[in-house]
Design a protein around this ligand. Structure first.
Ligand code: NAD
Ligand code: UGA
Length: 465
């Protein structure tokens, strides 16, 4: 091991300038002014957007991100498409590339597609120099570190055959949630580092210690760290599916999910966080990580365990199906010649990310029924919304610049994302421009039901009669 180099970490490279790589490296840069951090990506458009002058157009919208990028970019934080050179210069390389669910081949629909992990690892094998610490930041199946190690150690693609290169592999999964990423990174509940090389672990701990209390830094073996990330997401998603399943029972019995949530959440053993019923969880990770966990369980012959966790994804889909079905039922059983407004297209508030957004599935059900849809989201661009509906070329779909604009002549408004703005819309004006009877379907339980009803709307709120 080249002790001189690793004991004096100067240069960090992060492969993948996405929702994790960008914000995570920005926060490290802000807290470690002595480190040079290069975030690299093969997607040149993405890198160009990170380097854009107008900071309101960064590729990732996150409260607080703009200020940090403004402070650090060009000083100790750089975004570049020069992957090879930045790998060669790095003491530590974070791999933060996408790991979506495989769409074909063995494990399709469940296992993670590790092709981006493999290609970035091969690039590291080729261009890294001396000793390099390779950190898994992406969420990965248990034992991926073994694969990474195999590729790094057996690759014969090294450019300089005379220099013996060495690697330490660490797992350092990311727990940030979109919409609160900067706060989560700046004040994490914990930082998890898995590995078997104490020297490398300490170097990474030293970086986090610059702003995170040492007591919050947990070190484990590699496999516990990789597995803990999947399990954390599975437990979080489990709470949402649990509360969503009970929201349906509330609607059948006259109980109110908000009251039930308060009653159970005040038991400190249960806790009151992450108990908001809604249209099902979205986002790029919960579904894929649970399916990955299910795949792993089946791989190890644990079929009952797999079935247990898979049910969380099933309930999530079911919640979306039942919401679209009840909207159709309330609109006299048909959506032909009806216009519906979808308020919110991001998968949650305070992000422009639309991956696995519940709005997508639910909107598709409406389009299949012949509805005309008009969308409004405060942060998602029109082309990003329209891209989701390429298979519905014959449908009438439009995107408006305001909720009021979207509501003209509409029969129903669905609140799909918990954007704070939606609470304060001019609902009286919206009512006036809609066709009657005018419906509001509040899938996020965020509107004042009485106020909306007093205006003249028919209102349906999730989880109550
Ligand atoms: P993303 O799709 O936004 O970004 C990944 C980036 O990696 C893309 O820009 C892609 O072009 C780039 N990339 C892929 N292969 C590359 C290569 N060989 N060389 C250089 N660049 C390459 O994904 P994301 O949301 O940032 O997620 C990344 C990982 O982090 C995933 O494993 C995800 O599960 C995990 N994660 C995501 C979140 C989240 O909130 N999005 C939170 C925690 C963990
Ligand atoms: C989630 C986890 O919270 C992060 O810890 C994790 O790092 C990340 O996944 C990941 O691995 O990608 P994220 O998906 O960004 O973060 O956002 P969440 O706040 O978890 O919300 C996920 C979905 O659940 C959203 O659609 C949200 O609206 C929904 N949700 C959340 C509810 O329906 N009810 C709740 O009470 C909470």
């Amino acid at each position: 091991m080249n002790i001189t180099k690793t004991s004096n970490i100067k240069n960090i490279c992060c492969i993948g300038a996405g929702y994790v790589g960008g914000p995570t490296m920005a926060v490290i840069a802000a807290n470690c002014p002595d480190l040079i951090i290069n975030v690299v990506d093969i997607n040149i458009d993405r890198i160009n957007s990170w380097n854009i002058d107008d900071l309101s157009k960064l590729p990732v919208f996150e409260p607080g991100l703009k200020d940090i990028v403004e402070k650090c970019r060009g000083k100790n934080l750089f975004f570049s498409s020069n992957v090879e050179e930045n790998i060669a210069n790095a003491d530590i390389i974070f791999i933060s590339v996408n790991t979506p669910t495989k769409t074909k081949g063995i494990g399709a629909g469940y296992a993670s597609d590790l092709k981006w992990i493999e290609s970035s690892t091969r690039t590291i094998a080729k261009f890294a120099r001396n000793h390099t610490i390779v950190v898994e930041k992406s969420t990965l199946p248990v034992k991926t570190a073994e694969t990474i190690k195999n590729i790094l150690l057996s690759s014969d693609e090294s450019l300089d055959k005379n220099v013996k290169k060495t690697f330490s592999i660490l797992s350092n999964p990311e727990f940030l949630a979109e919409g609160s990423a900067i706060n989560d990174l700046q004040n994490p509940d914990r930082v998890l580092i898995g590995g078997d090389d104490n020297y490398a672990i300490n170097l990474l701990v030293n970086i986090y210690e610059k702003w995170v209390d040492t007591k919050k830094i947990i070190t484990t073996n590699l496999w516990s760290s990789e597995l803990s990330k999947l399990v954390a997401n599975a437990f979080l998603a489990q709470r949402i599916s649990s509360v969503n399943s009970i929201s349906a029972l509330c609607e059948s019995t006259g109980a109110n999910i908000q009251e039930v949530k308060e009653a159970i959440g005040s038991d400190t053993r249960i806790g009151n966080k992450f108990l908001n019923a809604g249209p099902g969880f979205g986002g790029s990770c919960f579904k894929k990580d649970i399916l990955n966990l299910v795949y792993l369980c089946r791989y190890y012959g644990l079929n009952e365990v797999a079935a247990y966790w898979e049910q969380i994804v099933q309930i999530n889909l079911w919640q979306q199906k039942r919401i679209s079905a009840l909207v159709i039922k309330n609109l006299f059983g048909t959506l032909s010649n009806k216009k519906l407004v979808i308020l919110g297209f991001s998968f949650k508030a305070n992000t422009n990310d639309t991956r696995e957004s519940p709005s997508i599935n639910i909107s598709k059900e409406f389009l299949k029924e012949g509805a005309e849809l008009n969308f409004y989201d405060p942060k998602v661009e029109k082309k990003q919304i329209l891209r989701e509906f390429d298979d519905f070329k014959d449908s009438k779909i439009s995107v408006s610049k305001s909720a009021l604009g979207a509501a003209e002549g509409a029969d129903a408004v669905l609140v799909m994302t918990d954007w704070e703005d939606f609470k304060y819309l001019d609902w009286i004006s919206i009512y006036k421009v809609m066709r009657k009877p005018a419906w509001v379907f509040d899938t996020r339980i965020c509107l004042n039901r009485e106020e909306i009803s007093n205006i003249g709307f028919n209102i349906w709120t999730l989880g109550r009669i």
